[in-house]
Each structure stands twice: as C-alpha cells, then as structure tokens.
Design a protein around this ligand. Structure first.
Ligand SMILES: Cc1ncc(COP(=O)(O)O)c(C=O)c1O
Length: 401
C-alpha cells in the first residue's frame, strides 16, 4: 500500500501484492491470478517455482547453506566448469547480482590495463542509454545521466559514445582500457545492437588493445534464444557478466573472462562474502541443466518467433507501434504522437486485464515471458494486448487506430 509502507520509497511500485507463483502465472493477496510476462525483470528463466530447481534447492537446504570463499568450493567449481565449457571463458568468479558482476568487471579490466598493458589511467568506453547497475562503479558506466542525479561525482575514467553509431567508434584508441556493451539495451528501451556495428566495434577494440566486455546480465542464459547473445553476433568477448536468469530467482551473479585477463585477479584482489553461496550454486546448476540443452533453446526460439509474429500482426493493425528486441527480450515502442501519455497507461490496462508487463523507459512496453512460456500463454497475451488496444481506439483516444 503506497504511503503506508516503511520501505524506502525507491520504486514506483505497481499496486499488486504477489504472494504465489507457478510457471507463467502469479496470484496476488486477494486471490487474483495474472499472466506474468515480466519474469521478475528477466530473472525467472524457468518461470515461477520451477520443480527442477526447487528439488535441487531442497536437497541443498538439507546439506549445506554457506561456508565462505576461504574454503575450496565444489559447488562453485561444478557451475564454473559448466559455464566455461559453454562459453568463450576460462575462469569464473561468482557474486550476488548484476551490478556486483559489473563492479568486478570494471576492476578486472582496470587492473589488466595497469598490470599488463602498463597504462596509467585510460578510459572504459560505454554507451548512451546503457544500464549496468546501481552501485557507484556500474552507475558510472551507465549512460543515463538521470540515474546519476544527486550521486555525483561519478567515477572518473568512463566515456560514452552513441549506441549503434559506426562513426563514433573512432573514439576507441590506445588509451581505451575496455569497451562495455549490452548486445540488447534492456533498461535503455529494448534496442538490439546492429551486427555490423558490433563487428566494427570488436575489430576496432582489438586493433587498439582494448578489451571487450559484454554485459549479459539481462541477455544471457537463453533470454535471446541462444545461451549467450554474443553467439548471434559472431565474436567472442574477453569478459562477460551474468546474473538475472542464472539463478531462476535465487540471487547470483558471475564474472567470466579469458585466462590472460582473469590472471590479474590473484588472492586478495577481489572478494565477496556471499558470492557463489551453495544455495545459489544449486539453483544455477539446475538452471544450466535445463537451459543449456539445445532442444530447450530451440523451443525458446520457436516461442520467440510465435510471440514476435503476433506482435508484428498487432503492430500492423494499430498505429504507432514498433516491435523490437531479440528472442524473448521484446519491446513495443510507442510513438509519442499516438501514445502521448507513454507506455504506463497501456501497462496499467493490461494489468487490469490480468496480464503483467513492464516498461523500459517512458515509451516502451517491455515483454519478458519465462523461457518456458507455452503457446497458449503467448496467444492469451496477444489477445489481451489486442483487446486493450482496440478498446483504446473505441474510446476515441487521439491518434489510435
Ligand atoms: C544489462 C544489465 N546490467 C546490469 C544490471 C543490474 O543488475 P542488478 O539489478 O542485479 O544489480 C541490469 C539490471 O536490470 C541489467 O539489465
């Protein structure tokens, strides 16, 4: 209940008190059921309370909850070995969230620049409208100055370039430590990177000795239809960060890197009390068991195609809509001319109709079903969206249909 809560007022929360979840559905405190196409902001890769993860967590609850990173960790090694086998990386460091993974990435590439390249200073290149997290380092890499308000001074050593702009890449030079990149800007409006631009970016970075960090906190673990989004862009990064979908709802983050880069983090250089906790590792292992299966990823791509086709058809019937995204990280851009009040009224109407979606900035509806979403659920979502848009045009909202 807004106004009566003792929680910090840091979120403009939707007025729904979710108390249970099952698959693609949640139930609120009043017993109302909703189709959940938010997935906890791309966290619930396998939907709510997936039985395979639950079973593994229950077994882990009986065995061990926490040691510390001062002891060897078979739990972390098991998940790390899987991630290494499945990716470009040679080493994995576990943390607890996306922002923490990005903090670790920033520290890693800075240390690499100093210790290996002998650079004194230098900059990390990031992009306008990027989002890398809320802690001071990740926030300093986030190209949305609105999020900096009141927190300045930001960390020095970051430079922002326009996303998807080939000419801007000339700014990557011999003083560039690393380029930090989302392959689909999620929070920034669900904008995929242009493959030719990414190729030019990688080539330029390599030529200048700059490392390439991909932030796959939102795009990773099958969300875009491949285990990692970089696989669709035909290159391998030097560093990658993960979180969200890796734990299916249990907090976990990870930093992955090539050996030559990871080697600059020796004992005592970085750490986390909770990072790689056995419960988080049990969840991550169960998630990878499911998501890394090529047949599962093929089903994600089929679901994505069905959803995208449906959205394209809706965009063909109603004016002012643009469908964008990759895999099951999709956005519906709303033109300000046709939707002068932005995305929030549409999100609110869908919620009243029993469907939960998010915004990504003021003019984009963000659509994030679980990767396990079924055809019937996709069709139900599309029907609800179509009905809400029709109702809007029937009400004579200026510019609609
Ligand atoms: C691309 C990206 N990086 C980092 C983060 C921050 O992750 P967390 O909220 O787990 O700190 C997010 C969160 O939305 C994200 O989308």
């Amino acid at each position: 209940m807004p106004g009566s809560s003792v929680l910090f007022d840091t979120y403009a929360r939707f007025p729904v008190r979710i108390v249970r979840g099952e698959g693609a559905y949640v139930v609120d405190a009043a017993g109302r059921r909703y189709l959940d196409f938010t997935s906890g902001i791309a966290v619930l890769s396998l939907g709510h309370v997936p039985p395979a993860v639950k079973k593994r967590l229950e077994a882990q609850l009986e065995a061990l909850w926490h040691t510390s990173n001062l002891f060897e960790s078979p739990h972390q090694e098991a998940v790390a070995e899987r991630l290494v086998r499945l990716s470009f990386a040679d080493r994995v460091l576990f943390v607890n969230s996306g922002t923490e993974a990005n903090e670790a990435a920033i520290k890693l590439v800075r240390r690499y620049a100093r210790k290996v390249r002998g650079l004194d200073g230098g900059t990390i290149v990031a992009f306008h409208r990027s989002f890398h997290g809320r802690t001071m380092g990740a926030l300093s890499a986030t190209g949305q100055p609105a999020h900096w308000d009141g927190f300045e001074p930001m960390l020095p050593g970051f430079r922002f370039l326009p996303y998807n702009d080939p000419a801007a890449l000339e700014a990557i030079d011999g003083t560039t430590i690393a380029v930090m990149l989302e392959l689909v800007q999620g929070e920034g409006g669900v904008t995929p990177a242009d493959p030719a631009w990414v190729q030019a970016l990688v080539e330029r970075s390599r030529a200048q000795g700059a490392l390439v960090i991909v932030d796959e906190v939102q795009t990773g673990i099958g969300r875009t239809g491949t285990l990692f989004a970089y696989e669709q862009y035909g290159f391998e990064p030097d560093v990658m960060t993960l979180a969200k979908g890796l734990g299916a709802g249990v907090p976990v983050g990870a930093l992955l890197a090539r050996e030559a880069v990871a080697a600059v983090f020796g004992p005592g250089t970085h750490g986390s009390t909770f990072g790689g906790n056995p419960l988080a590792m049990a969840a991550a292992e169960a998630v990878l068991d499911v998501v890394a299966d090529p047949a599962f990823l093929a089903r994600v791509r089929e679901a994505a195609t069905r959803l995208r086709r449906g959205l394209d058809a809706i965009a063909g019937r109603h004016a002012g809509l643009e469908v964008r995204g990759l895999g099951l990280l999709l956005g519906l851009g709303l033109s300000p001319e046709h939707f002068p009040d932005g995305a929030r009224p549409l999100v609110d109407r869908l919620r009243e109709a029993g469907v939960l979606v998010l915004t990504a900035g003021p003019n984009v509806v963000r659509i994030l079903p679980p990767l396990t979403v079924g055809e019937a659920e996709i069709d139900r979502f599309l029907a609800a969206l179509d009905a809400v848009l029709k109702e809007r045009s029937a009400a004579g909202i200026p510019g609609s249909e």
